[in-house]
Design a protein around this ligand. Sequence first.
Ligand code: GTP
Ligand code: MG
Length: 230
Amino acid sequence: MTESEPENDFVEIGRKLFAQNCEFIWAADKIGGLPPMGPVEVAFAGRSNVGKSSLLNALTGRKTLARTSHTPGRTQQLNFFALGPDPQAPLLRLVDMPGYGYAAVSKEKISNWTRLMQDFLRGRASLARVFVLIDGRHGLKEVDREMLKRLDQAALSYQIVLTKRDEVKQAQVDKTIEDAKAVLRTHPAAHPDVIFLSSHKGEGLAELRASVARLLFERDRTIFQPAQIG
Ligand code: GTP
Ligand code: MG
């Protein structure tokens, strides 16, 4: 593939990438408990209950890979999943993060999660992008803006993903995307594209998979040799 290959190719590569074997490999609940760096990682962050774990399941087509819940605060650790034919040497790691902005857990827990998150986001060379999930019904909140600032400070690549599109009226979809893009204009480090998806209905998943595939390709062009992913 060359740099001039159309975006369509990344949709197809993304589809194949996420059709690979995927398994849970590691949970970190304290600083210093992170897995050794190695494969490229992409992480899913966002407020509690925004749909991070559901998205991981939808992307990989596995209903129960990551635990989801109607009540916020379900994911309490950094959960690492290996994607690729060989879990020991995966093509990619997916990282499901605990949610932020959830007031109904103890201060101690919140401070632990925050430190864990910051520890992970700081100085993790293998972390290629953080997808910041925003509930598409509500748009960006103050805690989300704080998260974006933190990502700016950590000099990480990040991209906004709006969730629960199935619950948003079509007329509101474009406006919500425009509003998010307006916020991003004040964050030059952010990826300018905004994806609005539904894990329940599947809309937008192909676009996100393509975005991850492109990212991997940009990091390591040998990764998509037919033997690895064909
Ligand atoms: P924490 O781990 O608590 O931070 O939450 P999370 O961000 O991992 O959210 P989770 O995936 O557990 O989903 C929270 C709720 O949102 C569940 O009730 C899901 O069914 C619901 N949800 C997730 N994705 C979608 C979606 O695409 N559409 C709709 N309508 N609901 C969704
Ligand atoms: Mg979760």
